[in-house]
Write a protein of this length. Structure first.
Length: 441
């Protein structure tokens, strides 16, 4: 997020300094991202932002301004494989279909209407069509999601399910590299990067505006605009800035949450190149996506039976996967994909989400003039990184010119899909969007 914002602010003619307490670009929560690019969000803004961003991933070299576009660039049929200007590698957008397996009562009409409005290709697969196209799947209905120690976990399914299939999505093969690509592009435009540089204070001017940042070594960077893109650490940075402490910063706050993603071998017929798909399975309570090397990633979708692991300090989080979470997520996948061979030991990682109550991010100004946030990315905003730089640029431009974004939300233009995006959807003052209340947004 920070690298994308730096690129667009610098491109717009501002002088940007990126400070990151880490040792490397993209080494925060981005490095553990599953990097799924999908479009099934509960809000129009969510679908539009993801669809626009997919077009930018599809033309990654063009988006970065480092090369020309290969065949199919500018639409979602081409993947960028070019190196950067100095031959450095670029992240790749790997195509993969996405299946959304619905829980009972899911408002499919509303969901598909949003996809149609934005123009995302999709089809509804009934149970027979789902079984025909994805024979590796058990198309039974297992709802509600259960813990493995629930006596009913192994019960036979009670019916069958339908699915919504979207195409045009996929995943980014190396999310950390994508951040590096954005930062390299920002630096080529003149942005300055300072690693191992921690913000410890956010001073104010006598007039009450943000004055810049104070760093751990005691030095200070004066700046009229500061953007908090500190991921799971962003609530801590907001505390330093004295924002999100009262109603002027609204009811929407963000908190870090530990999250595990596991790795299992892909069974024949459900790998990346042999019939597999990314699956969001709200019927059983997991998501999966194939990856190169013949494995599947398996993550969670916050079913009611799973405890939420809120954490106070993202630095204190164990990155080792646990047996309990591994079994819950992988065994659920094994019910859906009966040929899955469940490994004896957990493999995978734990990362940290930065979660808002409605699982929608906050891209906004704050009650401290000049202090902006790109936070609360809720486990689902890596895909939107190519657009978020522009979102923050447009917010900064408008608000610094005196526009009252809180009263009259700024819009940004999604040039790849030819649609306008209302940034009020990401306001800290929103009353709470009607969403799945899960990582699916
Ligand atoms: C396990 C997991 C799976 C995910 N899967 C997906 C997915 O499939 N699809 C999707 O779209 N999204 C996904 N996400 C979400 C997505 O990865 C994040 O929303 C996104 O990467 C957040 O990027 P960021 O730049 O905001 O945060 P980060 O990458 O965490 O970067 C924040 C940076 O701020 C720095 N920082 C913090 N505090 C300070 C300070 N005081 N001073 C200086 N620097 C500081 C940190 O060092 C860090 O580099 C997933 C996230 C996780 C954890």
């Amino acid at each position: 997020m920070g690298a994308s914002i730096a690129l667009e602010l610098q491109r717009a003619g501002r002088s940007v300094v990126v400070v990151d307490r880490g040792d490397a670009v993209g080494a925060g929560s981005t490095s553990s991202s599953s990097a799924v690019v999908r479009f099934n969000y509960s809000t129009l803004a969510g679908v539009s932002a993801a669809w626009e961003s997919a077009h930018r991933w599809a033309d990654w070299a063009g988006h970065l301004g480092v090369g020309h576009l290969g065949p199919g660039s500018g639409d979602t049929t081409g993947a960028t494989t070019h190196g950067g200007p100095d031959g450095e590698p670029l992240a790749r957008f790997v195509r993969c279909p996405m299946l959304f397996l619905e829980p009972p009562g899911f408002p499919r009409v509303d969901a598909t209407r949003l996809l149609s409005t934005v123009g995302v290709p999709h089809e509804v697969l009934d149970e027979d069509e789902l079984a025909r196209r994805f024979p590796a799947l058990d198309t039974g209905r297992f709802h509600p999601p259960r813990r493995p120690d629930d006596p009913a976990f192994g019960d036979a399914p009670s019916g069958r399910i339908d699915a919504v299939l979207t195409t045009g999505g996929g995943f980014i093969d190396d999310p950390r590299l994508a951040a590096v690509n954005l930062m390299d592009a920002a630096r080529r435009h003149g942005a300055e990067l300072r690693l191992r540089t921690e913000v410890v204070e956010v001073p104010r001017t006598a007039a009450g505006r943000v004055a810049g940042v104070v760093l751990a070594d005691g030095s200070r960077i004066d700046a009229p605009v500061v953007v908090n893109a500190a991921g799971p650490w962003s609530a801590g940075l907001n505390r330093l800035a004295g924002v999100f402490t009262g109603p002027e910063d609204g009811p929407v706050a963000n908190r870090p949450m530990r999250q595990e993603v596991h790795v299992v071998p892909a069974p024949d017929g459900f790998g990346l190149d042999d019939g597999g798909a990314m699956v969001a399975d709200l019927d059983l309570g997991y998501y999966t996506r194939p990856q190169a090397g013949g494995t599947l990633l398996v993550g969670g979708v916050e079913p009611d039976c799973d405890p939420l692991e809120w954490v106070e300090d993202p630095d204190g989080v164990s990155t080792t996967p646990t047996v309990a979470c591994f079994e819950a997520q992988v065994w659920r996948l094994a019910r859906r994909v009966p040929d899955l061979a469940v490994p004896l030991r957990p493999a995978g990682l734990a990362g940290v989400y930065d979660v808002t109550p409605d699982w929608v991010p906050i891209y906004d100004r704050t009650s401290l003039d000049g202090f902006y946030v790109a936070i609360g990315t809720s486990g689902n905003q890596f895909k939107n990184a190519p657009l978020v730089g522009q979102v923050v640029r447009d917010l900064v431009d408008a608000c610094e010119a005196g526009h009252d974004h809180d009263a009259e939300p700024v819009t940004t233009w999604c040039d790849r899909i030819g649609q306008s995006l209302d940034l009020g959807a990401f306001s800290r003052l929103r009353s709470g969007s009607a969403t799945t209340g899960t990582v699916l947004g």
